[in-house]
Write a protein that binds this ligand. Structure first.
Ligand SMILES: [Zn+2]
Length: 301
């Protein structure tokens, strides 16, 4: 029966399609378990508050591989439990950056008050997954993740982070979109691209629009119509032209940022549409951002 629900102290899983589970963590962050005939894939690993690996073992008996949409702390937790993950190489430095890998940061995220947080249980440091070195298998645009009778295509959509990936299930006509494009897409963070590079990423994603109907994202349980990509492309154009609403805000990094559209208390853009973008004015064009790389690597392109 679809709509089956399984839960424990930390997590709640709902079967949203046959063989596809949406799993909710403490901070309202989401990941997805998709089963094929030979193996299952866990798309993202939540924050690492409680053992997601143990919970997933309740959902599937198949061997599980972990792939990450990006390297932020609220998506990588279970990678450290499984000991390996697929990730775009541009996001490996982020995954191990102190902000995203220190256990105290995981505890902070899991206990922070946000509109989407569930706080199902009290989380303490004893519940936090240990950060250990893991095997990072490089995933690139155009790669295919084979689960047997299900395949996920890898699409690179730089923006929220340089290494942001989304995963397309053509048979099911759905896209696992992580934080790539949503009602509150954060471009203003350390490790985000410029608005110009994000626009390129969105145009690349638009080339796949006939292959799926809806997105399952990393925050917010409802699916999002694929038309959000058109909204986000139009908004990027306005931001680059300086004709957006430019509503001031402060980013999670404490920086001055702006929203492309004035938003309502639930983050919906006041102008209608599905997309909103938080950006930095000093990071509009290519070359204006600080890439998350050690200082001894000089990028030539
Ligand atoms: Zn993120």
């Amino acid at each position: 029966m679809l709509g089956k629900m399984v839960q424990n102290r930390f997590f709640e899983a709902v079967e949203v399609r046959k063989g596809i589970w949406q799993i909710l963590g403490q901070g309202g962050e989401l990941c997805y378990l998709a089963e094929g005939s030979e193996r299952a894939v866990l798309v993202d690993g939540l924050t690492g508050a409680g053992s997601l690996k143990a919970f997933v073992q309740e959902l599937t008996k198949l061997p599980v591989v972990v792939v990450l949409t990006h390297g932020h702390l609220d998506h990588t937790g279970a990678a450290f439990e499984y000991g390996s993950c697929g990730i775009h190489p541009d996001d490996i430095p982020l995954m191990y950056h102190p902000f995203h890998s220190e256990e105290s940061q995981r505890l902070w995220f899991a206990t922070m008050d946000t509109p989407l947080a569930t706080h199902r249980t009290e989380v303490t440091m004893d519940d936090i997954v240990r950060t250990v070195p893991v095997v990072t298998n490089p995933l690139y645009d155009g790669d295919v993740i084979s689960l047997g009778d299900r395949e996920l295509e890898v699409i690179h959509v730089p923006g929220h982070t340089y290494g942001t990936l989304v995963f397309l299930d053509r048979k099911e006509r759905i896209l696992f979109s992580g934080d790539a494009c949503n009602i509150n897409t954060l471009l203003g963070l350390y490790g985000s691209t410029s608005a110009e590079e994000y626009l390129d990423g969105l145009q690349h994603l638009k080339a796949y629009e006939s292959a799926y109907d809806v997105m399952y994202g990393g925050h917010g349980r409802e699916t999002v119509d694929r038309s959000i990509v058109d909204d986000a492309i139009a908004m990027c154009g306005r931001i680059l032209a300086g004709t957006d609403d430019a509503e001031p805000a402060v980013s999670m990094d404490g920086e001055q940022v702006f929203y492309g559209a004035r938003h309502l208390p639930d983050y919906r853009p006041a102008c209608g549409g599905l997309a909103n973008i938080q950006y930095r004015r000093d990071q509009l064009v290519r070359g204006s951002t600080v890439r998350p790389l050690p200082e001894w690597i000089l990028k030539k392109n």
